[in-house]
Design a protein. Structure first.
Ligand SMILES: [Zn+2]
Length: 150
């Protein structure tokens, strides 16, 4: 399962990446028609809060309409509308650019806090951002676990 989130659901898109799903975000100013075309071409589910997208022919094949408020609420409703597993492959993708992360072998040269230098580090091969399992990741994981249980 792969996703494309519309502009209003960028927060949810980052969480889908955190859960390990290949998730694109709509580009600024992309039209509804372009969004549908992009989703179909890349076999993604288009996640939106915009009723208008349901008016396209065969929209139900591609579009999942969420009537949701904040990210927490959207995450729970998405689970009702799709078979999303919030513990799919947590923290295996870059939250910023969606690229799968790779383990970092040589950690001597990288700029990270000293107390995490000897813990497993992961890097995005595209934007070069480095990830590790710190308190922030722990808190995110707890949220994912909460959504997975609902
Ligand atoms: Zn990246």
């Amino acid at each position: 399962m792969k996703f494309l989130c519309d502009e209003m659901l960028k927060g949810l898109a980052r969480w889908l990446r955190a859960a390990g799903y290949d998730t694109e975000m709509a580009k600024d100013g992309e039209t509804d028609r372009e969004l549908i075309r992009q989703a179909r071409a890349s076999r993604r589910l288009l996640i939106t809060r915009d009723n208008k997208l349901m008016e396209f022919r065969n929209a139900a094949d591609t579009v999942r309409l969420l009537h949701c408020t904040d990210t927490d609420n959207c995450a729970k409703i998405l689970k009702q509308k799709t078979s999303v597993n919030w513990l799919h492959q947590p923290f295996s993708r870059c939250l910023l650019c969606n690229t799968p992360l790779i383990g970092l072998e040589n950690t001597a040269e990288v700029s990270v806090p000293d107390d995490v230098r000897n813990t497993p580090l992961f890097q995005c091969p595209d934007c070069k951002r480095i990830y590790w399992s710190g308190g922030h990741v722990q808190r995110m994981r707890e949220k994912l676990e909460g959504w997975a249980k609902v």
